[in-house]
Design a protein around this ligand. Structure first.
Ligand SMILES: C[S@@+](CC[C@H](N)C(=O)[O-])C[C@H]1O[C@@H](n2cnc3c(N)ncnc32)[C@H](O)[C@@H]1O
Length: 254
């Protein structure tokens, strides 16, 4: 049976790679990389560094394919995502069918952890459900950008005994659910950060967490929001891409 390992490699720092991930990396015969274009060259670089540093006793090769882009013009967000997943499923199916021999192990390296805002698990399950090719798969967890954010700011995610809501910048525009005072925001294109700026909330913001370009800012959102927007725009212009995550908390942690 062919096997695919979905390996979380942490969100930026090669030191985030776990011992379980190292063992998994050393089982892989063929790595499959969806190339997201030159602007994300740094992300590909982390993957190369991880392979070079941690694979010590197993020959491997790398197959790169241009990543399909989500059609952001589709007015129905979920249908846009579904057709993007269909394209990815077609690419992964071809990879498993043509690049892996019987008994071989394929590896897909996932930024952070595969369970958080990543479609790979769902896409592989879709391929299995389609029933055209048979393979096993395993998921190896990684350190998420949310954990990196909390560690770098030296904070606990939750206030004592309270829930934490994780969402996207787009969803934050709809406001916070009832009873939620702490929210972690990912995938913000820059529009979500002002959503709660009129309220009394603290922000813990981090860009390029775990990398040499890491930037951290914290304080009252109302006092920091202009600075964060300016720095965010500068960083984005300088590097060509940005990844930032932030935590907003209505009640200060005690
Ligand atoms: C597609 S999601 C992937 C999340 C990833 N699976 C994880 O476990 O962190 C991409 C979003 O994760 C966040 N992110 C990932 N890596 C980050 C980093 N090093 N610094 C700041 N935010 C990061 C950003 O909010 C970015 O928009």
């Amino acid at each position: 049976m062919k096997k695919v390992l979905i390996i979380g490699i942490g969100a930026g720092n090669p030191d985030y790679v776990t011992m379980q991930a190292v063992k998994a990396l050393n089982e892989v015969d063929v790595f499959f990389v969806l190339d997201k274009g030159e602007v994300k060259e740094d992300l590909v670089k982390l993957r190369t560094t991880v392979c070079e540093r941690f694979i010590t006793d197993h020959p491997y090769r790398v197959v790169e394919v241009a990543s399909p882009m989500r059609n952001t013009g589709d007015p129905d967000y979920k249908s846009g995502v579904r057709s993007w997943h269909d394209e990815k499923a077609a690419i992964f199916s071809r990879f498993i069918a043509t690049e892996l021999k019987e008994g071989q192990v394929g590896g897909i390296l996932i930024w952070g952890d595969p369970s958080l805002y990543d479609s790979t698990i769902r896409v592989l399950q879709q391929i299995i459900a389609d029933g055209k090719i048979a393979f096993d798969y395993e998921v190896i967890p990684g350190i998420t950008s949310v954990q990196a954010l909390a560690a770098q700011h030296k904070i606990a995610l939750n206030a004592i005994g309270e829930p934490v809501h994780t969402t996207t910048g787009r969803k934050l525009l709809e406001g916070l659910p009832q009873g939620v005072d702490t929210v972690v925001v990912m995938l913000d294109n820059g529009s979500g950060i002002r959503a709660l700026a009129d309220e009394d909330v603290d922000i813990y913001w981090g860009a390029y967490l775990g990398t040499p370009d890491e930037v951290l800012i914290s304080g009252k959102l109302a006092e920091r929001v202009d600075e964060i927007e300016r720095i965010r725009a500068d960083l984005r212009a300088r590097k060509g891409w940005i990844m930032d995550t932030y935590l907003l908390r209505r009640t200060p942690d005690r």
